[in-house]
Design a protein around this ligand. Structure first.
Ligand SMILES: [Ca+2]
Length: 182
């Protein structure tokens, strides 16, 4: 028969080991928990990114459905006549830029769209993309740009077959917002 103090010692020893084991287990558990939490955080961030992308795509689809789609971009008309800066601000707020055709083909498509939406005699502000890769100034009847410092904004005119004129930026015109499709 063992002496009572030995038993007590064993119990105490066992108790200490048990406690240590519990501590180790708890430590391991919280480590794996925090790893799982990190993993979940990453997944949530990914989902949030995907959701934003979907929202952007949906917004773009809405724009394209309301307006017209041409290769690489959508056009959406704003028939409210505003100054260049107000038109530019409103378009930027929608996530777009004022339309700036980059080729004769794009200019024709924009011109046709302006005729259908703003009207057969409609004018729209053009975006000021720099450097201007494509120009379509009216130069047969007038010699545009002809405004010097007083006319720093460009319009596309339906009455002149989509030709461009420079005008005073404070004038009020309709506009077309363009959205690039990636
Ligand atoms: Ca002019």
């Amino acid at each position: 028969m063992m002496a009572p103090w030995v038993e007590t010692y064993r119990l105490r020893g066992g108790d200490i080991i048990m406690r240590s084991l519990c501590h180790v287990t708890k430590g391991a558990k919280s480590d794996s928990n925090s790893a799982a939490i990190e993993e979940l955080k990453k997944q949530i961030e990914q989902i949030a990114q995907d959701l934003n992308l979907l929202k952007e795509q949906e917004a773009l689809q809405t724009v394209c459905l309301k307006g017209i789609k041409i290769p690489g971009k959508c056009f959406l008309a704003d028939t409210t006549k505003k100054s260049f800066h107000a038109s530019n601000d409103d378009c930027t707020a929608k996530g777009g830029t004022l339309s700036s055709p980059l080729s004769g083909d794009e200019n024709d498509q924009l011109y046709n769209y302006v005729q259908q939406t703003v009207g057969p005699e409609g004018h729209i502000w053009l975006g000021t993309g720099s450097p201007i890769r494509f120009k379509n100034w009216e130069s047969e009847i007038t010699h545009h740009p002809d405004g010097g410092r007083g006319q720093n904004c460009a319009i596309l005119s339906s009455t002149a077959n989509g030709k461009w004129f420079d005008e005073d930026c404070r004038g009020e015109k309709a506009s077309v917002c363009q959205f690039n499709i990636v």
